[in-house]
Structure formats: C-alpha cells, structure tokens
Design a protein. Structure first.
Length: 356
C-alpha cells in the first residue's frame, strides 16, 4: 500500500523483505514486523532509512536531514542513530561493533564504547578524525585544522598526531605532507626531514620507516629492524643504500644529472644495484639444476656496464663459478654426446660401403 509520491513502497506484516509504508517523499523505505531483513519506516526527507525489530540486521530510523542513519536494537550490528547535520554517523550499543555518535559539523566521526573497535569522536573542524578508547585499535583524535590526522594511545597501532597546516600528516615538519612519528607500539609511523615529501625515520619497533636526505623524494635509511629501508645520496631520486639486515635496498652514487633518461636508468638500476644482481645469480645457481646453473649468470647487467668495469669483471667471475659448479658437467656430457654421434655416423658410413 503506497501513499503520495513513493515508489516501490508497501506495508508488510509477516515475511516481507523489501516492503514498507511511505510518508511524504520517501523512496525504497518500509515498515516491517517479525522476520524482515531490510525493512524500515521513513520520515520527512529520508531516503534509505529504516527501523529494525527483533532479528533485523540493517534496518534503522532516520531523523530530519539524515540519509544513511539508523538506530539499532538487540542483535543489530551495523545500526545507528543520526542527529542534526550528520550524514553517516551513528551510536553503537552493547553488541554493536561499527556504530558511532556524530556531532555538529562532523561527517564521518563517531564515539566508540566498550565493545566497539573502529569507533571515534570527532572535534569541531575535523571530518574523518577520531579518538580511540581502551579497546580501540585504529582510532585517533584530530586537532583544529587537520583533516586526516590523529593521536594514537596505548593500544593503537597506526595512529599519529597532526599539527596546524597538515592534511594527511602527523608529527610532520614544515614541508612534509605525508609523514609522521611513530611511538613505541607503532609500526608504520615516521618522521620526515625538511625537504622530504614521503620520507620518514623508523624506530626500534618500526618495519617500513626511513629517513630521507635533503634533495631526495622517495629515499630513506633503514635501521637495524628495518627491511625495506634505504639511504639516498644528494642527486638520487629513487636510489638507496641497504644496511646489514636490509633485503631490497641499494646505494646510489652522486652521479649528478644524466644527459639522457636511459643513462639515468642504467646508472640507477644497474651500476647502483650490482650486489643485488650478484646475489640473485648466486641464488639461482643454488636453487636451479645444471641447466638453471648455466643460465643463472646475470647477463642483463653486463650489457649496460663498460668493458673495463669492476662489476663486469665480477659478473664474469660469477659466470665462471656458475659454470664450474654445474655447467662443467653439462659441457662434458655435451662433448660425450657429440663424440657418440660422430662414432655412429662413422659406423653407418662403413656399413653403407660394405653394402655397396
């Protein structure tokens, strides 16, 4: 049964799924009793809002100007109550997990309670900021002019503190944009230097943090526990030096500005990564069979190295060592096969002459 300008709306009293009663200008809204799943009652200007009873999961009640707000009861998980200017805010109760309460100017803010995990409270000018309580993991508090900034507490892992002019930064310096400082329990936090954009410093418990130098953009230094960190020199952009525990790091030389991008790529990815290719060839020589060991020599870097380069000599030594380990046997087998073929051809010739 429909009223006014409603579309696809109806009244159900049993096992209805998408049935509803409409008021004013509501769309796709409904009222359910008993076993309904996504039914609701709409008011005023609400579009996709509802009230849940008993065993409902995604129903809600909307107020004033809310669009996707709701109130949960009993066993509801993703239900909420919205207030004045909020759009996607909610309040969570005992069994709720992802519920929240929004305030005046907040859009995506919330407050988490005892059993909540991803709930938060937003301040005045914040949009996506929050404060995490004891059981929260990924919640934070934003300051006045920040948008995506936060402060992490004892149990928080990926939280940070932002300052006045920062947008997506935390404990970042003047020119930094996406940098931060990690505390003891933080994993992915960092500190950026003056001219850096996406650089950082990692601490004892950090894994993927780094420090960039003055002219570097994507460079870093890895500490003892770091895996993917590096140090770049003055003229380098994406080059690095790896320390003892680092795996995929490198050192770039002060090559200055190259005359051609291809030259830059040669020096950046070949001459600055020789140890990587050497270790890669050694790894292949240990892992592969005799055929793999023969082809495990890193020939690709030799094409970009000068004839008198010390790294080219090292690559040649590596190739000879690879042939000595597994390729020598293959060469001997090939020689024996060729000798047997020659003997067979000689015997066939003798047979042909005897037949004639």
């Amino acid at each position: 049964m429909s009223f006014s300008v409603c579309l696809f709306l109806c009244v159900s009293f049993s096992v209805c799924l998408f049935l509803c009663v409409s008021f004013s200008v509501c769309l796709f809204l409904c009222v359910s009793v008993t076993a309904c799943l996504i039914p609701c009652v709409c008011y005023s200007v609400c579009l996709i809002l509802c009230v849940c009873f008993s065993v409902c999961l995604f129903p809600c009640v909307c107020f004033s100007v809310c669009l996707f707000q709701c109130v949960c009861f009993l066993a509801c998980l993703f239900q909420c109550v919205c207030f004045s200017a909020c759009l996607f805010q909610c309040v969570c109760f005992s069994a709720c997990l992802f519920q929240c309460v929004c305030f005046s100017a907040c859009l995506f803010q919330c407050v988490c309670f005892s059993a909540c995990l991803f709930q938060c409270v937003c301040s005045s000018a914040c949009l996506i900021q929050c404060v995490c309580s004891s059981a929260c993991l990924i919640l934070c508090v934003c300051s006045s002019a920040c948008l995506f900034q936060c402060v992490c507490y004892s149990v928080c892992l990926i939280q940070c503190v932002c300052y006045s002019a920062c947008l997506i930064q935390c404990v970042c310096s003047s020119a930094c944009l996406i940098l931060c400082v990690c505390s003891s329990a933080c994993l992915f936090q960092c500190v950026c230097s003056s001219a850096c954009l996406i650089q950082c410093v990692c601490y004892s418990a950090c894994l993927i943090q780094c420090v960039c130098s003055s002219a570097c953009l994507f460079q870093c230094v890895c500490s003892s526990a770091c895996l993917f960190q590096c140090v770049c020199s003055s003229a380098c952009l994406i080059q690095c030096v790896c320390s003892s525990v680092c795996l995929i790091q490198c050192v770039c030389l002060s090559v200055g500005v190259m005359s051609h991008p291809v030259d830059y790529i040669k020096i950046a990815f070949i001459q600055n990564y020789p140890a990587f290719f050497l270790s890669l060839g050694t790894l292949f020589s240990f892992l592969g069979g005799s055929r793999m060991k023969k082809t495990a020599t890193p020939l690709f870097p030799q094409m970009f190295l000068p004839e008198s380069s010390k790294w080219r000599i090292k690559f040649r030594k590596l190739a000879s060592s690879c042939r000595g380990k597994g390729g020598r046997k293959g060469e001997l087998k090939e020689r024996e096969n060729t000798r047997e073929q020659e003997r067979g051809e000689g015997k066939e010739g003798v047979r042909k002459t005897e037949f004639h």
